[in-house]
Design a protein around this ligand. Sequence first.
Ligand SMILES: NC(=O)c1ccc[n+]([C@@H]2O[C@H](COP(=O)([O-])OP(=O)(O)OC[C@H]3O[C@@H](n4cnc5c(N)ncnc54)[C@H](OP(=O)(O)O)[C@@H]3O)[C@@H](O)[C@H]2O)c1
Length: 296
Amino acid sequence: MKLESYDSRAEALLRVEGIASLPGGITCSQPKGFSRTGQRGKTLKIVVIGGTGRIGSKLVSYLTEQGHDVIPAAPNTGVNTLTGEGLAEALQGAQVVVDVSNAPSWAEKAVMDFFTTSTGNLLNYGAAAGVGHLVALSVVGTDRLAESPYFRAKGAQEKLIEESGLPYSIVHATQFFEFVQGIADFSTQGNEVHLPPVLIQPMAAGDVAKAVGRVAVGKPVNRVVEVAGPEAFRLDDLVRRYLQATGDPRKVVANPAALYYGVPVSERALVPRDDAKLGTVRFDDWLAQEKLKRAA
Ligand SMILES: NC(=O)c1ccc[n+]([C@@H]2O[C@H](COP(=O)([O-])OP(=O)(O)OC[C@H]3O[C@@H](n4cnc5c(N)ncnc54)[C@H](OP(=O)(O)O)[C@@H]3O)[C@@H](O)[C@H]2O)c1
């Protein structure tokens, strides 16, 4: 079965020279012997930590549509990975646990405490429950952005998983389209938005959820796999397009010395490796959809 969320058209859609070497023929067939319901056609019990969030809610829908038994786990469904509350009960009988949670605070100590404590709990409770596959969502470039407390915390989360001995897959995704507003707001000075003109290859949250879902029903790969959007942009250009499309009067200034979320960023720090799988939703199409939603 050819999965519709990835295709080789993505290569032709690249706008920025220098990334034209992204892999061609990017079709993602389901591994042999796997069906809609995952490993050898089985219905899997899959617990989605952060299952009420931006990615989590889309992931829960995607996996449920595939016929799996999916448990959205978050504090407001009675599961708290920081305290361990409800975790043993939720994980009972689960084959797969997917962590797409996020820290409520990105302050240095809070964010590190969140990702290390909640991941530690998840690994301990997961091992006790006999979970066979832990999938975690992280960010492309995490290792290149270690000056940022948030990315240091994501790096610590990844390290705990890699060293746990539990079969795992870590999915690195690029920035979500839904996150562009946040980038603009963080870099605003008066009526100007100062951004370094580095490369970025953002993707739709829906494409992220599908990619994570496909990894979740496959075998653990015990490494990082990367996913990204179909087109690369200059960061300043991406934000300029977003602000223009949303009628925001702020002016975007390309400034090579400007920081990205408070840290220096190099030309290719935010773009994935050549073997990244690419989503199909283009930024302009997503913007048009968002405009329609706002008008409705
Ligand atoms: N933003 C980007 O561009 C980007 C790019 C690549 C990867 N990522 C990664 O994507 C992941 C998900 O991001 P998102 O934007 O979908 O997050 P989000 O919308 O903020 O959702 C976070 C989820 O985590 C849950 N949560 C918070 N504290 C919890 C706890 N103690 N125990 C269990 N669940 C808890 C929340 O539940 P409540 O609603 O009940 O609090 C919510 O369901 C993050 O790990 C992030 O690093 C983000």
